[in-house]
Design a protein around this ligand. Structure first.
Ligand SMILES: [Zn+2]
Length: 273
């Protein structure tokens, strides 16, 4: 068992190391294969032994071995989290191909969370991969169809929610604008269209549906709102210019938590309703 967990950790950490490249390069629209890894300060090409997940960062003490500029803590943290995601899932289900797909789906959600946090964007490519891996994470053909079915339900549900919220927000903004019509703002009520929830969130919801099924996805969405609320209130009170909160990290974290504690949550729901 210990060997299995160790293998799972190493596997996760190695993929996490590749994930770091993805997180850095996809938002900049760069190729994830070329050029080879290099230091961002001195551009020196890294030697193979500078690329060992976690260990290199520890042995180099977080510095480039050529120019001694600092290497971001993001690298070891992503590698560690990826390794832990694999270990935790291996502990829960053992090692099998479906578990591998599920772990990959969570790694995509991890990358999406960091990209949303850093750049306020949700790249379609990673979002689609997260969904495909989530659907493939099934133990039978029936399970595959069920995953796809649940993904469609939440993609549809979120689309309706987004449509309704955007309508309400836009309509109230228009009404507000009409009240204060002046000669220079008389055309303002035809604009703007306020969009609630991004398109990216719809795809993340579909992935959640495929991973969790219907009742647990609802729990995860609720949990993510509960987790995000204090952050939103904190930002609202702060003097920071940009007050938009990246929501994907909260969705991803609550999806993982609900996924791990699925049986106690389901038995709680069954006992109470
Ligand atoms: Zn350097």
């Amino acid at each position: 068992m210990i060997e299995q967990l160790l293998i799972a950790f190493v596997f996760g950490a190695v993929i996490g190391s590749f994930l770091n490249v993805v997180i850095l390069r996809i938002p900049k629209d760069e190729s994830i294969l070329f050029p080879a890894s290099h230091c961002f300060a001195c551009q020196s090409k890294l030697k193979p032994w500078h690329n060992i997940p976690l260990l290199s960062w520890i042995f180099l003490r977080g510095q480039c071995s050529f120019c001694h500029s600092k290497i971001s803590l993001q690298y070891p943290l992503v590698e560690l989290s990826s390794g832990l995601i694999f270990v935790v899932l291996a502990l829960k289900f053992g090692i099998s191909l479906p578990v591998f797909f599920i772990a990959l789906s969570f790694l995509m959600l991890l990358a999406l969370s960091l990209i949303d946090f850093k750049y306020k964007m949700v790249p379609d490519s990673l979002n689609l991969l997260a969904l495909v891996f989530a659907i493939l994470g099934a133990w039978s053909l029936g399970g595959l169809f069920a995953n796809f079915h649940h993904a469609l339900i939440f993609a549809g549900g979120f689309t309706l929610l987004r449509f309704a919220l955007s309508y309400i927000l836009t309509a109230s903004a228009h009404n507000e604008a009409k009240k204060n019509v002046t000669s220079w703002s008389k055309n303002y009520h035809t604009y703007p269209f306020i969009e609630a929830l991004g398109e990216g969130d719809i795809m993340v919801a579909a992935t959640m549906g495929a991973l969790l099924g219907i009742p647990l996805t609802l729990v995860a969405i609720f949990l993510s709102a509960v987790l995000a609320l204090p952050v939103m209130l904190f930002l609202k009170g702060s003097s920071k210019e940009d007050k938009t909160v990246p929501f994907v990290p909260f969705l991803a974290l609550s999806t993982f938590l609900v996924y791990l504690f699925d049986s106690p949550i389901l038995s709680y729901i069954e006992a109470n309703y």
